[in-house]
Design a protein around this ligand. Sequence first.
Ligand code: HEM
Length: 426
Amino acid sequence: MKAPRLPEQPPPGPTRPGFWRSPLRGPWLTSILGSALLPLIAISAITGFLSQASYNPGLGHNSVLPGGGLGWDVFGFSWPTSPAWLYAFTQGLHVICGLTAIPLLLAKLWSVMPKLFEWPPLRSLAHLLERASLALLVGGSLFVFFTGLLNIQLYYPWSFNFVPSHYYAAIVFLAALALHVGLKLSTVRRSFRRRGVVRPLRADLEHTEPEPYEEGTTAPLEPRAPTMSRRAMLGTVGAASLGVGLMAVGQVVGGPLRGLAWLTPRGRVGDGPNGFPVNKTAAAREILPGETGPAWRLQLDGGRRVRLSRDDLLAMPQHTYDLPIACVEGWSTTQSWTGVRLRDLAERAGLAGADQVLVESLQKKGAFRRVTLSSKQIADDRSLLALRVNGVDLSPDHGFPARIIVPAAPGVHCTKWVGSMSFERA
Ligand code: HEM
């Protein structure tokens, strides 16, 4: 049976060039939106990969990718412990830039909409490959940005694992984007050379002209009269981006801006010295009060096995440092933590100068119930098994009876409700 042939002429609707009539669309608008988007995507990409590196994926079961990812530590360096705000900064930037990019991305996609309905949909093998790369670009960008947005709400309306899906989709998206930017660079240069980078922004509504129609571009064949200038359109998109970005800044820097973090809602939990944000409460992690009561013991392994009660730990030298908890969802909060140095615990376990420590939580499930900390992290004076915060005992939601606090480590590595620590040689 012969395959049905597509009509030469596009059917009525969005595949007809005359269907898309906004006078604002055209290579210049797409180029300026793409140029604004590019640095935000670059920062999100770099900080996203740094977030993977911060897990020290080469150690123990730290890799959050299935099967340990590629099976070796692609980053090849141990995550530093200084400055203490490092992860708060990199992950804060990741979320701020990711959120700021969303209004720009939507505007960019609006600007190229006519090209998504090109007719005929497939002309040749080369055209098929080009369309496939665009499907990866558009699909990849929407997937990466919107899974990120939902993740910071702790809302998971899907059954796949967020971290590997977001990570691998980002790699596909970035590869498609590199190809796309390479192919479009000449269009960007030509548009800016012809029309100037900012000149079209000077035109008010009365002087807003459509870009000249050119087959194969997004400039309209039959433009309508403008109802807004390019300046007004880009101003609106820019204001939406800045507004969303500012809301995200609040959760990183704290202070009065934190109240604005509607898209990244991490409220205080409780009052008083323990009244600061928390991601997973003791109830959510099914920590039973009996497990953390007077019968609780910390099991230390190294050269020998030691079991310590909370009073035993409080009898050891106590140290206090102001350190941030910096969450993978981008928020951070600096508090004053008091507890025992990890390296004192290594010595107590009979393995001073240990190369790594496997920390296990009382949590029965959850990706981060076991974490391996590096020799650098153990050796830092400020790395603590914290027992108290802001001068009082930790609350159950902040990890009572004891939690890890390591400078510059991602929050998920600051294990709460610690049950055991095994110091090891590499
Ligand atoms: C998330 C990122 C991006 C997505 C999803 C995206 C998507 C698209 C799509 C679907 C098209 C239409 C297909 C085509 O003309 O081949 C297009 C065109 C274009 N894009 Fe992008 N793009 C992105 C980023 C960028 C960046 C960073 C730049 C520039 C630095 C850029 C510049 C352009 C240009 C100049 C065109 C042609 C516009 C025209 O012919 O009128 N894009 N983009």
